[in-house]
Design a protein around this ligand. Sequence first.
Ligand code: NAG
Ligand code: NAG
Ligand code: NAG
Ligand code: NAG
Ligand code: NAG
Ligand code: NAG
Ligand code: NAG
Length: 296
Amino acid sequence: MAASLRPLFLAITPLLVISSLIRSSEGEGVGFYWGQSLHDENLAEMCNNSMYRYAVLASLNLGGNRPVLSIDDKCNPSYPAGCAYLGHMIDFCKGQGIKVLLSLGGRPDLSSDDAHNVAEYIWNNFLSNNSGPGPLNATVDGIDFRIQSGSNQSLDVLARALRNYSTPERKVYLSAAPLCQIPDYYLDDAIKTGVFDHVWVQFFGDPSCEFYPPIWIAWSCYLDKYNTTLSLGITRNPDTDGFIPCDDLFTRTFFVVQFPKFGTLMVFEGKYDCNFSAGVLLASGKKSMNKFYAID
Ligand SMILES: *[C@@H]1O[C@H](CO)[C@@H](O)[C@H](O)[C@H]1NC(C)=O
Ligand SMILES: *[C@@H]1O[C@H](CO)[C@@H](O)[C@H](O)[C@H]1NC(C)=O
Ligand SMILES: *[C@@H]1O[C@H](CO)[C@@H](O)[C@H](O)[C@H]1NC(C)=O
Ligand SMILES: *[C@@H]1O[C@H](CO)[C@@H](O)[C@H](O)[C@H]1NC(C)=O
Ligand SMILES: *[C@@H]1O[C@H](CO)[C@@H](O)[C@H](O)[C@H]1NC(C)=O
Ligand SMILES: *[C@@H]1O[C@H](CO)[C@@H](O)[C@H](O)[C@H]1NC(C)=O
Ligand SMILES: *[C@@H]1O[C@H](CO)[C@@H](O)[C@H](O)[C@H]1NC(C)=O
């Protein structure tokens, strides 16, 4: 398929270049995780790129019921005051039209009461500036759940409690990053609440999670009732299982954008460096992709 698509790709490139200058409606474009690695580009440099629509800062780690911010060598439990340096970069990203989310990680162990308290803590410190600028010296647009250890209890309560802060004037974005197996041990109950806007499934990390259309279709059917978009979570680290080289990524992107609830391409590790896909994703949407597909 890759070979047969190549001439088509060359033919539509001028069109993609034009449409890549236009930011498309919410739900398309590329997202990236930032933090946890000393090799990342600076956040503002990453956001200074029109192909990105989501930036997910990793992480606010839950140790039991205690949230601790740990993002990079300047912002971690040893240097909690250091996190404020991220504020102007977060504001820059938001100014570029990028939605900035803070990712929850760590090993949670929450009672229902804990979950409400953590939601309130997150609201006060990261989502609203009612009680001052907060540890990041900026507010974020939403919260991402990337929980892969600890207890699976009360994460649904936490998701609902965070959603409760969303108002028509101030939407609180919520996303979840499950591993590829259905159901996800940690996030399944939370996903079933239907409060997530985006689910970015991690199609990497072990050989059973490499991207195959049947797994994508299974997720798509599974999420159908939850009013959430399904995004293709990828690694750009060639040493990780499930790494997809650019040529293959193009054909896979071509496949996934045809699904009505397709969200975005979410880059969990590494720097996005496939030139075509930003254009594909920012092209005028699934209808035109279907048209291109029909031509083929
Ligand atoms: C963004 O890119 C432009 C053009 O390359 C450059 O002039 C500007 O300094 C960059 N801004 C940031 C915050 O990196
Ligand atoms: C926090 O942000 C404000 C502007 O939004 C800035 O004036 C201030 O210097 C920042 N504080 C720190 C510690 O970076
Ligand atoms: C935070 O405070 C500034 C100025 O006080 C305000 O403009 C902004 O809308 C507030 N809210 C958020 C969510 O950042
Ligand atoms: C936790 O995982 C167990 C085993 O898969 C499951 O039965 C239970 O419903 C899960 N609980 C929550 C709150 O997700
Ligand atoms: C959300 O808010 C409603 C109404 O204010 C309240 O009844 C409900 O308990 C809240 N749910 C959570 C999970 O906080
Ligand atoms: C579905 O999600 C969209 C976008 O997040 C939101 O505007 C809409 O209100 C949601 N619909 C329902 C039924 O929750
Ligand atoms: C993408 O394009 C840039 C500039 O044209 C080039 O330097 C880079 O090598 C290309 N990347 C890939 C993976 O083809």
